[in-house]
Design a protein. Structure first.
Length: 248
């Protein structure tokens, strides 16, 4: 909800006219309104850089970091970044230097990108590991998708209305502080989370930890056989084989 809402109003915020120079600091920290006054091509350039950094972080940083520090720890520490990001974003409009203004905004966007890339996969992993059966996992996923879709529908509409009101009454911080409040409410329960062990098998062990798989390379590089069996069971005598065929 907060991520979609943030991404919705950020380009509009950057396109809004700058605060007039004679009175750059009207009634801080609440009553002021303004943006960067930059055109759509410049905004597109900033978002392109933002997307490139996101791809690099997703493929090269997230896997090793989550493996080293743990999914739950990454989730906790990245989630607390969102309230800070939402709180400081509107005050970038007060920076007089255009270069510094856009540079700081780009750094804020990249930090937010890192938080998003870590938080969402980690939340899915934690939710999956919290289920103790396939049926409960299906129910849990259903509720998660339902509430996520509801938030994606309500969030941008609500924040958009508050943004319009804030610009009209010179309270440009209003939508950002609303996002800050929402993110704080979402972050608070995270510190009581306990990571589960996943769905156990019939013996009470985790299925993900008790499968030993090996790839048979005898056929060809494109035709491989994957044999899997629970640990302690002879994979050659009683195994599950998946054969792939060549597309012609």
């Amino acid at each position: 909800m907060q991520n979609v809402s943030y991404d919705q109003i950020l380009p509009i915020f950057m396109h809004n006219p700058r605060i007039p120079p004679p009175n750059p600091l009207p009634l801080l920290p609440l009553k002021f309104s303004g943006g960067f006054g930059i055109d759509s091509s410049r905004i597109g350039t900033l978002f392109t850089i933002y997307g490139i950094f996101g791809c690099l972080i997703q493929f090269f940083v997230f896997p090793s970091t989550a493996r080293r520090f743990g999914v739950l720890n990454c989730y906790k520490w990245c989630a607390i970044i969102f309230p800070i990001i939402h709180l400081v974003t509107p005050y970038t409009a007060l920076i007089e230097s255009v270069a510094w203004q856009q540079g700081i905004m780009l750094m804020i966007m990249i930090v937010k990108c890192i938080a998003v890339i870590f938080v969402y996969p980690c939340s899915v992993i934690i939710m999956t590991n919290s289920a103790n059966s396939l049926s409960s996992l299906a129910t849990l996923n259903g509720f998660a998708v339902c509430f996520s879709s509801l938030g994606r529908a309500i969030g941008p509409a609500l924040v958009g209305v508050v943004f319009t009101w804030g610009m009209k009454h010179e309270y440009g911080v209003a939508p950002w502080w609303l996002l800050t409040l929402i993110s704080i409410i979402g972050v608070a329960p995270i510190w009581w989370l306990v990571e589960g062990e996943g769905i156990p098998d019939d013996t009470g062990r985790n299925l993900n930890d008790n499968l030993s798989c090996e790839v048979d390379n005898e056929e060809s590089p494109l035709l491989r056989r994957l044999s899997c069996a629970p640990s302690g069971v002879d994979a050659t005598a009683d195994s599950i084989s998946i054969n792939t065929t060549t597309l012609k």
